[in-house]
Design a protein around this ligand. Structure first.
Ligand code: G3I
Length: 332
């Protein structure tokens, strides 16, 4: 149970884990999901490749399953995501090779109005623009992804205008939803969040209905920890924006036995807790979402030679990270 109006969420892949939902006979996963969390982010179901697989075909099955599960269990839904360089369908990637900016805009507008419109009133926050800045170690440094993102590429002359319109279309389709920018390596104060801070100011000055800045919170114990998260949240809140931890997990390199050390387990709990504390300490922080809650379903091992990233083992055994979060929420 969270203090004030803070939502405690998790990502769930509806297509994989919710299609078989039977209220009277939930799976163990579904039972824990409903018992422990107040919000769900569709891990993949609302991404372009899944929800809009062909130019004239929308497939809402996974997204509908998430929204229906949330409704049945009095949970909220965080929408994810509308403008991203990754997980776009083949047809977008192919068409994008010859898009003019006007053509790209028309495709994006239709998609946003269709998807956001379908769930209008049922989604409290939308990640409208996801990972639109590259990192400082990418070629060219921190700047908008005007190559990798097919929509920004087609409108590279004025990508900010396109981003602003994406928020406007989403706002028209669902005026109640709080509309977010969202990115990784965007927890503390760094070159990337400085770029977001400047972009947020620019969008707000243009009257764009930007409502929030999401920090994904994908941490690894391999790297140092930036303790300026709260300070970073405060500067976005001072712009009048909401902030949120949207995809928290804390992965780590594992030993040859595939197990973490006791030290790593304790450190993982600390890092999760630090992200939650930063959120709790800033009134504008609306939600704290973990990116999946059990290691069996975590995306991490598919991408990194790391693991043990979530708050429960594959058998739903609660880790010290779970206990730390619960204790902080109980005392808040
Ligand atoms: O489950 C299948 C497995 O059976 C198969 O053998 C394997 C072969 O590739 O694929 C497995 O599924 C993969 C799945 O991740 C595993 O979790 C999918 O191919 C892969 O497309 C999927 O990736 C998703 C990823 O976004 C795509 O970029 C992850 O589910 C999802 O957690 C991840 O989420 C992103 C956020 O949207 C944005 N921020 C970063 C975050 C992590 O990458």
């Amino acid at each position: 149970e969270a203090p004030r109006d803070l939502e405690i969420g998790t990502a769930v892949w509806g297509q994989r884990d919710l299609l078989d939902y039977d209220r009277k006979n939930p799976t163990e996963f579904q039972r824990i999901l409903a018992a422990e969390f107040s919000s769900i982010t569709p891990e993949n179901d609302m991404k372009w490749a899944e929800i809009h697989p062909e130019p004239d075909v929308y497939d809402f099955s996974g997204a509908d399953a998430v929204v229906a599960f949330a409704k049945a269990n009095n949970m909220e839904v965080r929408g994810h995501t509308l403008l991203w360089h990754s997980q776009n369908p083949e047809w977008v990637t192919q068409a994008a090779a010859t898009w003019t900016c006007d053509e790209a805009r028309a495709v994006l507008e239709d998609h946003i109005r269709t998807v956001v419109g379908r769930y209008a009133g049922e989604i409290y926050e939308w990640d409208v623009a996801n990972e639109i800045f590259q990192d400082d170690w990418d070629a060219g440094g921190v700047r908008l992804r005007t190559e990798a993102n097919p929509f920004l590429a087609a409108c590279a002359d004025d990508p900010v205008a396109l981003i602003g319109d994406a928020f406007r279309w989403a706002h028209e389709a669902d005026p109640q939803a709080v509309l977010f920018l969202n990115d990784y390596n965007a927890e503390g104060i760094n070159t990337k969040t400085n770029a977001y801070y400047a972009l947020a100011q620019e969008l707000l000055a243009d009257g764009v209905p930007l409502g929030g800045m999401g920090s994904q919170g994908h941490l690894s114990l391999q790297y140092g920890f930036d303790d300026t998260i709260q300070e970073n949240f405060e500067r976005f809140a001072a712009l009048g924006l909401k902030v949120a931890v949207t995809e928290a997990d804390v992965r780590m390199p594992l030993g040859e036995d595939g197990e973490p050390t006791a030290e790593q387990i304790a450190l993982q709990a600390e890092r999760y807790d630090a992200m939650l504390e930063a959120c709790l300490n800033v009134a504008a922080c609306t939600s704290f979402t973990v990116w999946g809650f059990d290691d069996e379903r975590s995306w991490v091992p598919f991408v990194f030679p790391e693991g043990y990233a979530t708050i429960m083992t594959g058998d739903f055994e609660k880790k010290p990270a779970y206990d730390a979060l619960l204790e902080t929420l109980t005392n808040a």
